[in-house]
Design a protein around this ligand. Structure first.
Ligand code: BMA
Length: 857
């Protein structure tokens, strides 16, 4: 959709040529040159040349730690085609350099880069020759640059997740000195792989006269009747001239606005505006179509087109409503979209790879599809990663996924002298300008957890002890209360800014359940039971989570050798980055489940445990709407194969939690839960119109006998959460042992089940799950198989897998099979039928626990 001109483009327009060919690289201390990929990073180039073992396999990460202590040099040479060489202006653009680099063009230093989140550009016409130009990029080791800064201080800027020890730097947390993705230095789900490289494209741009530097399309006052669209363009012009700014529909050609503009030599701001009548609105996933308009914006100078840009935009009104409660104690935290309060269902998003340049378009498509297909309407791009690629936001625009966008600061405190402030300002301005056209962006947020950490994690005390608390706090305030909100006000005034996530509206030193957002980690870090999710419910839950292991097919990729199949083996521990991760999983497993019989079963049970636990929170948050208006669990994805809080692993394989989430985030949720001695069923609807339907609540034995049944006809109001069933447990169980029965609840509209749920009246550990063998019938179809499944008795967490088919996608998995009821699962797979039949394993929880460890024990 971008009307990108190339060298072939019409002479007057801006020409762009990537400089991606012919690159070579070397370790500066070394002598040999090797072929290199640009965009790319040193680690992947070393791997491609057979000089580094894949750090994602086994314990190879350890053997990669030397890379960040070295300087590296990248060189290419290129000719400039005449059609470009003759243009009035030629600019060299680095869209992203990681991180410290000197760039030389024909031996002249033209760029000194020091921030991986910024773009760097320089006018190079006078330096270029028609042939044989040399472009050289000297990448300084981030360790060599930043370690001295760290050593010069007599206190440490805290950085809890920086795995400096793994990098051989003892306790020197140097990540805070670099404007570089925090997770590169290690995280509690990620390896320490401190990359260097030319990680985004290098391009030559050439033009005559005038060009767009930026085009901002900003819809305002959006209603069903009309939308006011303002287009503001930054234009550089070589001379004073008369021009025309035109905005047209890219498809139909309909001209919306045509403004004569006066250009002076230098930078100009020109604008045009128009009103769209009865606009097609952009809706978040689940509420309607996320319609996108593509506006062709063009600039004519002296009658000829000088530059064009195609800008996609969505007509939507998103606001964050924070109204004081009637009792004055708290305030709402509600995203309102097109006039409707919308409950945010989503997750926190991290970068998709430690080596960012490996994230292909297909992987971006998959990770966003994983959100859309799980019925999410929001992702939080978390501050320890990157401002994502344009493609990511394009896909979110198309999928109706709203974005909570952090600036890139997380779980640390950062120095901010005048030079750093300017560096951060440029980073913020560039990224806000780059992303503000996307309708998906809902909110800007200064940082992740820094406010909580300063006040609540003992950092303030530590810094006071060192006599620098005021200074460090002043640096914090300057960035997050001064610079960043100012940039947002100036460049994207229609969007809200929050200084930190989480933060209370009334207590600037922390977060709480009465206002603002909250990260709730008492479950997991503080070992509190999952049921605490039902007790602590904030206005907006922006983080909570629980770890699980990836399934065996993924584990095999990093631990191929069976001798390592023990969660405490060195290899498995290298892929478990939370210091107490295994211990915590074991503790919760013991509290909630019976013992897993072997390694494979433990992996599977860890996924069910995570899904069961997080489900309690997801349901409690949704039930609590409209007081609570959002649930974003930690975390959507992984950056390498690892045990983590993710609901889908590095290869994109859905964990149990992802399948559970898809159902729990449906438009309508049926949520059974227990109070002291009653069973309640609540129905939550995100639909913007009322639903007439029927709730059926059944109590069944594991053999399939229905011992209680009630049907409740009800109208569920629009966008509401209502209790439709409330009955004494005693009445419902009707004399049966509570551990030998389960609740099955479903809500249907005109005979179609909108959502259903299985619920146990006692903790799962005590449930007398019967043993069963699941019958299966496999029928091949083109590109896959359908698998019909049936069990005479209840089967918990039915799991289909073939350890081989990494790309297999199941229509459903980890689901409960009701006694006697047939379920058909389809799987897309490249396997041959007999191969699949042999490899397919169908198990349920009763197969995974130690034989004889019966429920009643
Ligand atoms: C939150 C996140 C991450 C972290 C996660 C799990 O604090 O912001 O920093 O990975 O918890 O500990």
């Amino acid at each position: 959709m971008i009307l990108a001109a190339t060298f072939m483009a019409e002479a007057r327009q801006v020409a762009r040529a990537p400089l991606s060919d012919g690159w070579r690289f070397r370790q500066v201390r070394g002598v040999n040159w090797y072929p290199a990929a640009v965009p790319g990073v040193v680690h992947t180039d070393l791997m491609a040349n057979g000089l580094l073992e894949d750090p994602f396999v086994g314990m190879n990460e350890r053997a990669a730690q030397w890379v960040d202590k070295e300087d590296w040099e990248y060189v290419t040479s290129f000719d400039v085609p005449p059609a470009v060489y003759e243009r009035e202006n030629i600019r060299l653009v680095f869209e992203g350099v990681d991180t410290y680099a000197d760039v030389y063009l024909n031996s002249q230093k033209v760029v000194v880069a020091k921030n991986m989140f910024r773009t760097w550009q320089v006018e190079v016409k006078r330096l270029l020759k028609p042939e044989g130009n040399e472009l050289r990029v000297y990448l300084h080791s981030p360790v060599k640059i930043d370690l001295p800064k760290c050593l010069a201080l007599d206190f440490a800027y805290p950085a809890v997740n920086d795995q400096s020890e793994n990098g051989g730097l003892l306790n020197r947390k140097i990540s805070v000195f670099a404007r570089k993705a925090g997770y590169h230095y290690g995280w509690d789900w990620g390896p320490r792989l401190v990359t260097s490289g030319i990680w985004r494209p290098v391009v030559l741009e050439a033009w005559d006269g005038a060009r767009f530097e930026d085009v901002h399309v900003s819809p305002g006052g959006v209603t069903a009747a009309s939308a006011r669209v303002s287009v503001t363009a930054e234009v550089s012009s070589g001379r004073a001239a008369q021009g025309v700014l035109t905005v047209a529909d890219a498809e139909s050609g309909t001209v919306y606005a045509e403004e004569p503009v006066r250009l002076e030599a230098g930078t100009n701001t020109v604008s045009a505006g128009f009103t769209l009548k009865n606009p097609r609105l952009w809706w978040p996933n689940g509420l309607g179509e996320p319609h996108l308009y593509t506006f062709a914006v063009s600039l004519k100078v002296d009658g000829a087109v000088a530059d064009t840009r195609a800008v996609r935009s969505g007509m939507r009104d998103v606001r964050l409503v924070r109204e004081k409660d009637a009792d004055g104690k708290g305030a709402s935290f509600t995203f309102e979209v097109n006039g409707h309060p919308v409950f945010m269902k989503g997750a926190n998003y991290i970068p998709n790879d430690s080596f960012l340049t490996r994230v292909t378009a297909a992987r971006y498509r998959d990770v966003v599809a994983r959100a859309r297909d799980a019925n999410m309407n929001m992702l939080r791009v978390w501050g320890g990663g990157i401002y994502e690629d344009d493609l990511f936001y394009d896909l979110c625009d198309e999928s109706g996924i709203l974005i909570w966008q952090d600036f890139m600061f997380a779980c640390s405190l950062y120095p901010a002298d005048a030079l750093m402030m300017e560096n951060i300002r440029q980073e913020a301005v560039q990224n806000v300008k780059r992303l503000r056209n996307h309708p998906c962006i809902a909110l800007w947020c200064g940082n992740n957890e820094m406010n909580d950490a300063y006040h609540g994690w003992g950092w303030k005390k530590y810094l006071e002890g060192k006599g620098v608390a005021e200074m460090v706090k002043a640096e914090y305030d300057a960035v997050f209360l001064g610079l960043l909100p100012e940039v947002v006000r100036q460049y994207d005034p229609s969007r809200p800014y929050r200084s930190s996530s989480p933060i209370s509206d009334f207590n600037p030193e922390g977060s709480d359940t009465e206002s603002g957002d909250m990260h709730f980690w008492q479950v997991w870090h503080a070992e509190k039971p999952f049921t605490m999710y039902e007790e602590v419910i904030p206005r907006f839950m922006s983080e909570y989570g629980f770890q699980s292991f990836p399934e065996l097919a993924t584990v095999k990729r990093y631990a191929p050798d069976e001798k390592d199949w023990d969660i405490q083996s060195d290899v498995m521990l290298a892929h478990q980055r939370h210091p107490r991760g295994n211990q915590l999983i074991r503790i919760y497993m013991k509290q909630n489940y019976r013992e897993a019989k072997d390694f494979r079963s433990f992996l599977y049970m860890s996924q069910l445990l995570q899904a069961d636990g997080i489900r309690i929170a997801q349901e409690a948050h949704r039930r609590a709407m409209p007081r609570c208006m959002g649930t974003l669990y930690w975390q959507h994805n992984d950056c390498w194969p690892v045990a983590s809080w993710s609901s889908s692993d590095y290869y994109g394989r859905w964990k149990a939690q992802h399948y559970f989430t898809r159902k729990l985030y449906q438009e309508v949720l049926v949520s059974p839960y227990r109070t002291e001695d009653a069973l309640r069923v609540q129905v939550v609807s995100d639909r913007l119109t009322p639903i007439e339907g029927t709730l059926t609540v059944r109590l069944m034995t594991f053999g399939g006998a229905v011992v209680f049944e009630r049907r409740v006809a009800a109208t569920v109001p629009a966008n509401a959460s209502v209790a439709l069933f409330d009955e004494a447990v005693e009445t419902v169980v009707a004399g049966h042992a509570p551990n030998a029965v389960f609740v099955s609840a479903a809500f249907e509209e005109k005979g179609r089940v909108l959502n259903d749920s299985v619920y146990f009246l006692v903790p799962l550990k005590e449930v007398a799950l019967p043993r069963t063998v699941i019958e299966r019938t496999v029928t091949p179809f083109k590109g896959g198989f359908s698998v019909a499944l049936k069990s005479p008795v209840f089967a918990r967490g039915v799991y289909l897998s073939t350890d081989e088919g990494l790309d297999d996608v199941y229509s459903d998995n980890y689901f409960d099979l009701l006694p006697g009821r047939a379920v058909v699962v389809t799987v897309r797979s490249a396997m041959a039928a007999d191969e699949f039949n042999k490899a397919l394993r169908v198990v349920s929880m009763c197969d995974a626990v130690v034989e004889g460890a019966s429920a009643a024990e």
